[in-house]
Write a protein that binds this ligand. Structure first.
Ligand code: ZN
Length: 128
C-alpha cells in the first residue's frame, strides 16, 4: 500500500505548481478551482495522518490482546484434589474454569458443606 500521506503531499505539491503556472494565465475560474483543490487535499492529508495514528494504535492493541490470548491458552491446568492448580497455585474451581474461563480460588468447606467435599466454590457452589 502506497503511503497515503506522502501521496497527498505530492498531490498538494502538484496543485501548488499548477497554481504558480496559472498566475501567468490569469484565469479566475481555474484559480478558484485550484484553490479549492489545494484546500481539499490539505484536509484529506490531515485526516489521513489521524487515521494512520489510529491504525497504529489499533495494531498495537491487537498485538497485545493476541499475545494475552496466546499465553492464556498455553496455561494448562493440573489436577489438584478435585480442583485445578496453575503453576503450583491452587486449588481453583474446575467447573468455573471449564464453563466461564474464570479462576475462582476454592476455600476449604466448613460446617455442613464439609460433608459434600473438602472445597466449596463461592461462585457456583460446587463441592469438590
Ligand atoms: Zn465454581
Amino acid at each position: 500500500m502506497a503511503d497515503i500521506v506522502s501521496s497527498l503531499q505530492v498531490a498538494l505539491e502538484i496543485a501548488k505548481q499548477l497554481r504558480t503556472l496559472n498566475e501567468k494565465l490569469k484565469d479566475a475560474e481555474i484559480k478558484t478551482l485550484l484553490a479549492d483543490l489545494q484546500s481539499e487535499l490539505a484536509d484529506a492529508k490531515v485526516e489521513a495522518a489521524g487515521l494512520k495514528e489510529q491504525i497504529a494504535a489499533l495494531i498495537q492493541k491487537n498485538t497485545e490482546l493476541a499475545s494475552k490470548l496466546e499465553s492464556r491458552s498455553r496455561e494448562e491446568p493440573e489436577m489438584m484434589n478435585g480442583g485445578y492448580k496453575f503453576g503450583g497455585e491452587g486449588p481453583y474451581c474446575a467447573r468455573c474454569y471449564e464453563t466461564s474461563g474464570k479462576k475462582i480460588r476454592l476455600p476449604r468447606s466448613v460446617g455442613m458443606h464439609a460433608h459434600f467435599g473438602q472445597w466449596t466454590c463461592p461462585v457456583c457452589q460446587n463441592h469438590s
